[in-house]
Write a protein that binds this ligand. Structure first.
Ligand code: ASP
Length: 329
């Protein structure tokens, strides 16, 4: 195997080297940290990461860094895309992504202690936890940046950033769009985070859910305070013809205390090819995945189905974030 670096990073546009990095050393806990300027900065780096991967695959930008990825809740995409992102940038990982039950956590170790142990080994910690606010708490105990990879029904900032990037990438802009969010708006943390990010743009929001899964009041109040044009409905048919983005989510079974309630709403929506016939030609269908029946497999071949492109963008956004947080973007 050749030891040649695969890509000369200095060949990237000069603005990259001179632009100030607002994320250096920062924990990524909530989308509230991201204003338009930071988003633009991050998306610029994200496009560079994509170009780099397309051209050469991997670089040695983060060769001297180690990321600990600890997931107290199941994950496929988020964990593997963070690990993939480190790999693509030449960094290393300590993956504790399947089997926290085999770690000291099962012996009763507190989150604060686990974090203070991991920071002895790693330069950044990617954390998914089942409790709202866990990442914020972890950041108070550590000296290395924490990246919130989902805190219960709270937030999922890196998913929201990749969602926003995908919308912009697919449709060319964020302003002027009508975004419809469909499904479990109550427990779906990706919906909470994406909604908050979108409030910075000139968008119209449509929320489609069964009654018991409506958007939480605290998020809805932020929408109202932002003065955004907003409507709620139970019926996808009300939004399908005019939406530019249909953001579909799964009903979050694991958050229900009464499983009978879950059974009542689990099959509330299904996006089918028939329904897609009524949608605009330029609409995009997105989903944070995993899907469990909300989007019919026959929709996958529709060019408007953007969910797998969305997955790919996830790695590029996380590459940009890791590089930025570690001061290498
Ligand atoms: N993967 C996303 C999350 O972790 C969406 C989901 O699980 O439904 O929140």
């Amino acid at each position: 195997m050749s030891n040649q670096p695969l890509f000369d990073y200095s060949q990237l546009p000069a603005k990259r080297a001179t632009r100030d990095n607002p994320l250096r050393g920062k924990s990524i806990l909530s989308v509230a940290q991201f204003d338009k300027e930071i988003i633009e900065y991050l998306f610029g780096r994200t496009r560079e990461m994509r170009e780099m991967v397309q051209r050469v695959g991997t670089v040695n930008l983060l060769r001297q860094y180690v990321a600990a990825c600890i997931f107290y809740e199941p994950s496929t995409r988020t964990s593997s895309s963070f690990i993939g992102a480190m790999e693509r940038l030449g960094g290393r990982t300590i993956p504790i992504t399947s089997g926290v039950e085999f770690s000291s956590v099962s012996k009763g170790e507190t989150l604060a202690d686990t974090m203070q142990v991991l920071e002895q080994y790693a330069d950044v910690i990617v954390l998914r936890h089942h409790e709202i606010g866990a990442a914020k708490m972890a950041a108070e105990y550590t000296h290395v940046p924490i990246i919130n990879a989902g805190d219960g029904a709270g937030e999922h900032p890196t998913q929201a950033l990749l969602d926003l990037f995908t919308i912009q990438d697919e449709l060319g802009s964020l302003d002027g769009l009508k975004v419809a969010m469909v499904g479990d708006l109550r427990y779906g943390r990706t919906v909470h985070s994406l909604t908050k990010l979108l409030l910075q743009y000139n968008v119209k929001l449509r929320f489609v859910s069964p009654e018991i899964l409506r958007l939480p009041l605290n998020v809805m109040n932020q929408v109202i305070d932002a003065g955004v044009d907003v409507r709620e409905t139970h019926d996808v048919a009300d939004v399908i013809e005019n939406a530019d983005v249909l953001y579909v989510t799964r009903v979050q079974k694991e958050r229900f205390t009464d499983l009978r309630q879950y059974e009542e709403v689990k099959n509330f929506y299904e996006i089918t090819p028939e329904l897609m016939k009524r949608a605009q030609e330029k609409m995009v269908v997105m989903h944070p995945l995993p899907r469990v029946g909300e989007i019919h497999y026959a929709v996958d071949s529709d060019p408007r189905a953007a969910y797998f492109r969305q997955v790919k963008n996830g790695m590029f956004v996380r590459m940009a974030l890791l590089a930025a947080v570690l001061g290498q973007a």
